[in-house]
Design a protein. Structure first.
Length: 125
């Protein structure tokens, strides 16, 4: 598929977030969503993902399950969605939209403290 503009890709991410159930949206606090081209080297290290594997997105922050009484006045957590690898995987724009939606939901799960192992157990893959 042909790459799309950054603005068009950001619209896909915004729509994916807006489509989340209200019960999820009302619990999301102090998180910003960003589009980046590819993962940073540190993202692989922090997530324990080998450099040979492609990251489609990453949650950079403190999951809700790890926040204690001392968590306040913190900078926003960040969910980054990586445009280049998602475009490479997509067959067409509809497939790209589905991949973005899945990636956003995956990273939101990490925000709520759900690990990749638990996502596998739940059949999310």
């Amino acid at each position: 598929m042909q790459p799309i503009t950054r603005d068009a890709f950001e619209d896909l991410v915004r729509r994916a977030v807006a489509e989340l159930p209200e019960s999820i949206l009302e619990r999301i606090d102090n998180v910003e969503f960003a589009v980046e081209d590819v993962a940073e080297p540190d993202d692989h290290r922090r997530t324990g993902t080998p450099r040979s594997r492609t990251l489609l997105g990453v949650y950079r922050g403190v999951p809700l399950t790890a926040r204690g009484h001392g968590y306040h006045l913190a900078l926003p957590d960040r969910i980054a969605i990586f445009q280049s690898p998602l475009e490479r995987m997509a067959r067409d724009e509809a497939h790209l939209e589905a991949l973005v939606r899945r990636t956003v939901r995956h990273e939101i799960a990490h925000y709520f403290g759900i690990t990749d192992g638990r996502l596998h157990e739940l059949g999310a893959y």
